[in-house]
Design a protein around this ligand. Structure first.
Ligand code: TRP
Length: 459
C-alpha cells in the first residue's frame, strides 16, 4: 500500500522543515554567484526574461512532479523510480533516471565545492580587511592572483567537502532544519542591505535596466539553453535532489503550495543578487560578462567602500558559504540514500566514499582556473571553443543532464503515472490538477525539446 510506505531515512518534522530544506537546497551559489555572471555574459534583460519564463512554466510544474514522485516512492531516486515503474506497470529501466541523477549530482558537486571554497576564502579575506579602500582594479587582481594558485583552491575545496560530508553523514534532517531557519532569512536581509548600497552608487538604474529591459537581439540558441538549464539548476531540479527531499515529506503537505513558495523565494534571491551586482559593475566600469569571477570582482569593492563593510562583507560571505552548504548536501543525498538502501552501508561510510570521489573529481575544476586554463578539450566544436574543463562540466550537467532528467520526470509524472496516483498524491483542487497536468504533459516537455533541437544547430 502506497499510503503506508515510509522512508527508512526518517521524515521531516513538519511542512516548514521541508520548505526550509528545499529552499536551502535551491538557494545557493546558483542564485548569487551563477545567475549574475551568466546573465552578464548573455546580455541581461532578455536572458533574465527567458529564465523567469522557464521557472514559471517548466520549473514549477516539474518541481511538483519531482516532489510527488519522491513522496510516493519514499526511497532514493533510483529505488523510487524502480518502485513506481513497477507500481504503474511501466518498464523497469525507468530507474535509469535515478542513476543519471546520481551522476549529475556528483559532477555538479565536484565544481560546486570548488566555488564554495572561493566564498569560504573570501570570508577570511574580507574579515582581514584586505579590501579596505581597494580599487576595482585592485579587487580584480586579488581575485586573479587567488585563482592562479592551485594549492589554495585545492585547500579551500577540501575544507568545504569535508564540512559537507560531515553533515551528510549525520543525516540531512538533523541540524539542517535549524541552520536553514535562521541563515536563509539573514542572507535575505543582508542582500536587501546591499541593494541599498547599490542605490548609493548612482548606477542603480543602469543595473536595473541591464537586468530588466530585454533586448532580444542579444539572444542566441545557446543563451536560451543556458537560461533554461539555469532554471533547473537554481531550483535543484532534474537530478533527484528534490525527489529525495520529497521522499521525507509528510503525506498531508500540499505539494503545489510548497513548490510555489520555494520557487518564489529562490527567484527573489537571484534577482536581488543581480540588483546588487550590476550597479557595482557599471559604477566601476567593469565588464558584465566577466565570467565566473564576477561576484568576487564586484562585491569586495562595495565592502571596501561602505560603512561597516568589513562586518557586512564577512557576514555576507559566511551566509553565502552556508547557502552553498545546504545546497551541496542535497547534491549527494540521492547517492548516499541509495548506498544505504541497497548496499547496507551506514551513512558515515557512504558519505565518506562519495565525498572522496567528488573531491578527486573537483581537481579538474581547480586546475581549470590556472594550470589547465588553456586546456580546451572540446575546442573542435564551435560552441565549446573557449570551454575549460569546468565550463564543460557545468554545461554538461546544468544544460544537458538536468533538463533531460526533468523531461523524463515530466513524461513519467504526466503520461505514465496513472491519474489516480498523481491526483491522490498531489491532492489539489481539480482546476489546479488540470493546470499542472497540462503544463507537465505538454508545455514543459515540448519546451525542453524545442530548446534542445534549437541548439543542435550550433554544433
Ligand atoms: N540549486 C542550487 C543552487 O542554486 C544547487 C543545487 C543543489 C542543485 N542541489 C541541486 C542543482 C540539484 C541541481 C540539482 O546553488
Amino acid at each position: 500500500m502506497t499510503e503506508q510506505r515510509t522512508s527508512i531515512h526518517g521524515q521531516w518534522s513538519n511542512r516548514m522543515a521541508f520548505i526550509l530544506a528545499a529552499t536551502g537546497s535551491a538557494v545557493g551559489l546558483g542564485n548569487i554567484w551563477k545567475f549574475p555572471y551568466i546573465a552578464g555574459e548573455n546580455g541581461g534583460g532578455a536572458f533574465v526574461l527567458i529564465y523567469l519564463f522557464c521557472i514559471a512554466i517548466i520549473g514549477i510544474p516539474i518541481m511538483m512532479a519531482e516532489v510527488m514522485l519522491g513522496r510516493r516512492g519514499r526511497q532514493s531516486p533510483i529505488n523510487t523510480m524502480a518502485t513506481l515503474a513497477l507500481e504503474e506497470k511501466r518498464p523497469a529501466p525507468w530507474s535509469i533516471l535515478g542513476w543519471m541523477g546520481v551522476l549529475a549530482g556528483f559532477l555538479i558537486l565536484s565544481y560546486y565545492s570548488v566555488i564554495a571554497g572561493w566564498a569560504l576564502s573570501y570570508v577570511f579575506r574580507t574579515a582581514g580587511g584586505m579590501f579596505e579602500g581597494a580599487t576595482a582594479d585592485g579587487v580584480s587582481s586579488i581575485f586573479a592572483q587567488f585563482v592562479s594558485s592551485p594549492e589554495s583552491l585545492l585547500a579551500w575545496h577540501t575544507i568545504f567537502m569535508v564540512a559537507t560530508m560531515i553533515i551528510v553523514a549525520r543525516g540531512v534532517q538533523h541540524g539542517l532544519e535549524k541552520a536553514v531557519r535562521y541563515l536563509m532569512p539573514s542572507l535575505f536581509i543582508l542582500l536587501i542591505v546591499l541593494v541599498f548600497y547599490a542605490i548609493t552608487t548612482g548606477y542603480f538604474n543602469d543595473g536595473l535596466s541591464f537586468l530588466f529591459s530585454p533586448d532580444f537581439s542579444k539572444i542566441t540558441p545557446d543563451a536560451i539553453l543556458i537560461a533554461m538549464g539555469h532554471a533547473f539548476f537554481t531550483l535543484s531540479l532534474g537530478m533527484g535532489a528534490i525527489m529525495v527531499y520529497g521522499s521525507y515529506l509528510p503525506k498531508d503537505t500540499s505539494i503545489a503550495k510548497t513548490s510555489i513558495v520555494i520557487a518564489g523565494a529562490d527567484t527573489l534571491v537571484a534577482l536581488l543578487a543581480g540588483m546588487v551586482i550590476f550597479p557595482i559593475v557599471f559604477a566601476n566600469g567593469l565588464e558584465p560578462g566577466a565570467g565566473p569571477g564576477l561576484i568576487f570582482k564586484t562585491l569586495p569593492i562595495a565592502f571596501g567602500q561602505m560603512d561597516a563593510g568589513i562586518l557586512i562583507g564577512t557576514l555576507f560571505f559566511i551566509l553565502l558559504v552556508f547557502a552553498a552548504w545546504s545546497s551541496a548536501i542535497s547534491l549527494i543525498e540521492p547517492a548516499v540514500a541509495w548506498l544505504v538502501e541497497n548496499k547496507g552501508m551506514n551513512r558515515i561510510y557512504a558519505s565518506v566514499w562519495i565525498g572522496i570521489a567528488t573531491w578527486i573529481m573537483g581537481i579538474g575544476t581547480v586546475l581549470s582556473f590556472n594550470l589547465w586554463a588553456d586546456f580546451k578539450p572540446l575546442s573542435m566544436f564551435k560552441i565549446f571553443e573557449n570551454s575549460t574543463v569546468f565550463d564543460l562540466l557545468d554545461f554538461l550537467t546544468a544544460n544537458i543532464m538536468l533538463p533531460l532528467g526533468g523531461l523524463f520526470i515530466a513524461v513519467f509524472a504526466g503520461w505514465l503515472m496513472r491519474e489516480r496516483s498523481s491526483q491522490d498524491e498531489l491532492n489539489t483542487s481539480s482546476k489546479g490538477y488540470s493546470t499542472w497536468q497540462f503544463l507537465v504533459r505538454y508545455i514543459a516537455p515540448i519546451a525542453v525539446m524545442i530548446v534542445f533541437l534549437n541548439v543542435i544547430g550550433v554544433f
